[in-house]
Design a protein around this ligand. Structure first.
Ligand SMILES: CC(C)(COP(=O)(O)OP(=O)(O)OC[C@H]1O[C@@H](n2cnc3c(N)ncnc32)[C@H](O)[C@@H]1OP(=O)(O)O)[C@@H](O)C(=O)NCCC(=O)NCCS
Length: 198
């Protein structure tokens, strides 16, 4: 009997993928309610959620509800994408902008490569670059920020490779695994980005 993962992968193979932004090794596509089970698997996985601060279990219903609340036309405060590996034709994560403030032109970058086998292959960095470029050049944002736990070395290495600048350290900001951890706050301005990525 095929397990759940095989079933999802089979469905993915048969599905039409609508690319929103094409990258080199990955494509960004709109999120898809058919994949909520996979999103739930990632959000509840101990290793994935540890530094992403999903301390509470997330049911399929929770995720569905959030998903529906974000629908509709008009300015959104959350724009999420699926991250597809082009060559493997596989859905491997999610990323996007949330806490978007259209007057201030600010937004937070979020990222989750849910399939661990794809970590440390430069995919988080590539996805972040695509999303930042989209935020500045298509949405006309002014400042994109990111908050990263100091212990999440992969995440802040990724932020620095994209060109994010550290602007603050929040001491003992979060409680993870029995200890208080600092949060590194990063930002990048549109002018910083355009200077290097015309
Ligand atoms: C954080 C995350 C998005 C990074 O994605 P990724 O595809 O692994 O990132 P990249 O490969 O582009 O870059 C990570 C860099 O950090 C390095 N790195 C990763 N883990 C590391 C560790 N524990 N110690 C030192 N360096 C590490 C990688 O080698 C790579 O650097 P390199 O290109 O110079 O080799 C991914 O690990 C993830 O989704 N984690 C779970 C969810 C999460 O924590 N999200 C972020 C919340 S702020």
């Amino acid at each position: 009997m095929p397990d759940k993962k095989e079933e999802i992968e089979k469905e993915q193979d048969e599905e039409q993928i609508y690319t929103f932004i094409e990258g080199e090794t990955i494509d960004l596509t709109p999120t898809n309610s058919n994949h909520i089970e996979l999103y739930a698997k990632w959000s509840n996985s101990e290793e994935i959620r540890k530094y992403a601060r999903n301390e509470m279990p997330r049911t399929i219903e929770d995720i569905k509800k959030r998903f529906e609340q974000r629908g509709g036309d008009g300015p959104k405060e959350h724009i999420g994408f699926e991250i597809w590996h082009k060559e493997d034709k596989k859905l491997i994560g999610l990323g996007g902008l949330n806490h978007i403030h259209w007057v201030n032109g600010t937004a937070n970058l979020f990222m989750q490569i849910g399939e661990k086998d794809y970590w440390s292959h430069g995919i988080g960095t590539e996805a972040a670059k695509i999303i930042v470029d989209y935020g500045f050049k298509e949405l006309n944002l002014h400042k994109i920020f990111a908050g990263v736990l100091s212990k999440n070395v992969g995440s802040w290495t990724c932020a620095e490779k994209v060109g994010f600048i550290q602007e603050a350290t929040l001491k003992d900001e979060v409680y993870v695994d029995g200890e208080y951890i600092d949060v590194k706050k990063y930002y990048i301005l549109k002018e910083n980005w355009l200077h290097k990525n015309k």
